[in-house]
Design a protein around this ligand. Structure first.
Ligand code: PEP
Length: 249
């Protein structure tokens, strides 16, 4: 049975004081669903977030990491550094990193390899831009993003990969893919996995949807059979909204 997962990507929001306050609000929420809960604070607050949620059903994950193990990469963070403070999962390939920091599929393939070599899990993000969808190319774009960054992997490591389909036009825009658009793409992604890796892998990989998921639309999106959870940006900055989404399963 694949897992339900709801992950909050805090992006470059919240200093230490706000992080403490949001975590304390999150701890007051009650989880009524079977979804695994993850939060991704910024690097400087990972240690605090990790320490203060040790006893809770919340996993703290990183928003990014470098593909090298160490070295002269000023300003970067390695997998080993994340692991040294207890972080076991990293988000890779977010569209903001692809757009603003020119992360390519090839860079991401290296990052995925480094994360897996360090026994970390990866939330791998991908998704088409509006122009791709308007041109009817969304499936080709998504297929290439997945193939280029992931399809060199052996089948048995896919247990450490969580996919996050995030149409770029829906991120932070308030515009959500309809539940049917999300389901169609998730089913296509699962079929693509099945064609290369077979049924078992395709059935086991959780595919999250991301793009303006809010308390008022989560239930309908999560109700689709191939949507296994969400990667949540804006709404993850409010504990009640975030848990309303977590509990939408
Ligand atoms: C995201 O950044 O991954 C995201 C889905 O953001 P939002 O929920 O704000 O659209």
């Amino acid at each position: 049975m694949r897992k339900h997962i709801v992950a909050g990507n805090w992006k470059m929001n919240n200093g230490l004081i706000q992080t403490k306050s949001l975590i304390s609000d999150l701890k007051k929420q009650t989880k009524t669903s079977d979804a695994e809960v993850m939060i991704a604070p910024t690097f400087t607050n990972l240690w605090h977030a990790f320490e203060s949620t040790r006893q809770d059903d919340i996993e703290v994950v990183a928003q990014n990491m470098h593909f090298s193990e160490n070295g002269a990469y000023t300003g970067e963070i390695s997998a080993g550094m994340l692991k040294s403070i207890g972080i076991k999962t990293v988000i890779l390939g977010h569209s903001e990193r692809r757009a603003y920091y020119n992360e390519t599929d090839q860079d991401l393939a290296k990052k995925v390899d480094t994360a897996l070599a360090n026994e970390m899990k990866v939330i791998f993000c991908f998704g088409e831009e509006l122009a791709d969808r308007k041109a009817g190319n969304e499936e080709t774009v998504v297929e290439n993003q997945i193939k280029n960054a992931l399809f060199h992997l052996e089948a048995d490591v896919f247990k450490n990969i969580i996919l996050a389909y995030e149409p770029v036009w829906a991120i932070g825009t308030g515009e959500t893919a309809t539940p049917d658009q999300a389901q169609d793409m998730h089913a296509f992604i699962r079929k693509t996995l099945e064609n290369t890796y077979g049924n078992e892998v395709a059935d086991e990989v959780s595919i999250l949807y991301g793009g303006s998921v809010k308390p008022n639309n989560a239930k309908e999106i999560f109700g689709k059979p191939d949507v296994d959870g969400g990667l949540i940006g804006g709404a993850s900055l409010n504990a009640e909204d975030f848990f309303a989404i977590v509990n939408a399963f």
